[in-house]
Design a protein around this ligand. Structure first.
Ligand code: NAP
Length: 338
């Protein structure tokens, strides 16, 4: 039920122009919230994911590495809810930029919790934790009680924020943590393997031997008609971002803050993802379009699978399955490239 303007809840989304932030802002607008999004000042603004929302949301400049901007936003805003999604969100990149990753993800979240606890302690906070904290997991599937074993700087930075969220929760702040397993969408960044594959398959289906977009090594993502990938046997639990942002909101509507795994409970390999994507465009002999490049083989996390029993017990469910997700991503890339 939407509220009238006097009763409208106010929400702030950090990382609002990222994949999840953009879907979450759409979701909150639809629920009748007054929505604020924090963006960092870039010389060339990156509003691709939120350009359709620009008249409907309020954007505020701020940076997770800058305590002054965070304090001002929290103090002035007096939000009902803050969704802390801002992050250097790539595990692979975190090996190349470990200190930036720690500053943004660990200390940035800590700055936010501290600012809320001093200037707006009634605000409910959602913290974007990650399945990467399980790393080389001690048990499968992973659940809220599974011991963490992080294996990259990103995972460690997120674990710091997760543990710090518990400290502030124990001090009385409402901080809920969603331990989210991989979730993708048409808006996923090109540095992530799912989007790399779906984009590459779209290029190949259109007869392109070389893609306009580059990979992290500044080479065409599709080169000589092939996509370069890492370990095809790595397995993940992949869901659809709009389903997951609904889960984030649900956590802040509970009576008590808590931790919840958000996952599909199904595991698929990169190989299956590649096969599904090629099959969608009518290509069965997909192997000849793939080059396994040792530079892209991740030696850290190999197999993650979430147990969504707890989040399902409060009514959460997925609407988009693995096959549909891959097809949506490939189709969107084909339309964009055309
Ligand atoms: P994303 O697309 O990479 O978005 C990250 C957002 O953070 C972007 O809006 C980015 O802004 C912003 N950001 C980066 N550094 C910042 C800084 N110093 N100050 C302020 N904003 C900053 O990530 P996502 O997939 O939407 O994920 C959302 C959150 O969930 C992240 O915290 C991620 O770590 C976590 N998570 C994601 C997954 C997943 O599978 N997607 C799984 C578990 C947890 P710019 O556009 O300016 O770079």
């Amino acid at each position: 039920m939407k509220k009238n303007s006097q009763e409208r809840k106010k929400a702030l989304v950090t990382g609002c122009n990222g994949q999840d932030g953009s879907y979450l802002m759409e979701f909150l607008l639809d629920k009748g919230y007054e929505v604020y999004g924090m963006v960092r000042r870039l010389s060339c603004p990156n509003y691709q994911n939120i350009k359709h929302l620009l008249g409907s949301v309020n954007l505020i400049y701020g940076d997770m590495t800058d305590i002054t901007s965070i304090v001002k936003i929290v103090k002035d805003g007096q939000f009902d809810e803050i969704y802390n999604l801002a992050a250097q969100s790539s595990p692979a990149e975190s090996f190349k930029q470990p200190f930036l990753t720690t500053d943004v993800n660990a200390l940035g979240s800590h700055r936010l919790f501290e600012a809320v606890s001093i200037y707006s302690p009634q605000t409910r906070v959602y913290q974007a934790s990650t399945s990467e904290m399980f790393g080389n997991a001690f048990e499968s599937p992973q659940r809220e009680t599974t011991q963490f074993n992080p294996s990259n700087p990103y995972a460690v930075s997120k674990m710091y924020a997760h543990q710090m969220a518990h400290i502030y929760r124990n001090k009385g702040l409402f901080v809920a943590c969603g331990i989210l397993f991989n979730h993708e969408s048409e808006r996923r960044g090109l540095q992530f393997v799912t989007q790399k594959i779906c984009y590459g398959v779209a290029c190949i289906s259109l007869g392109m031997k070389e893609s306009p977009a580059l990979n992290e090594e500044n080479e065409p993502l599709v080169k000589d008609g092939k996509i370069s990938l890492g370990n095809l046997d790595a397995k993940r639990d992949w869901g659809y971002s709009p389903d997951y942002v609904r889960g984030m909101w649900m956590l802040l509507q509970l009576n008590m803050p808590d931790d919840f795994v958000i996952a599909t409970g199904e595991q698929h390999s990169i190989r299956e993802l590649v096969q599904t994507a090629f099959k969608f465009v009518g290509i069965e002999d997909w192997e000849k379009y793939i080059y396994v490049d040792p530079r892209f083989v991740r030696k850290d996390t190999c197999s993650l699978l979430g147990d969504p029993t707890k989040i399902k017990s409060i009514g959460w469910k997925t609407d988009v399955d693995f096959k549909k997700l891959v097809e949506k991503m490939v189709e969107n890339n084909i339309n964009q490239l055309k």
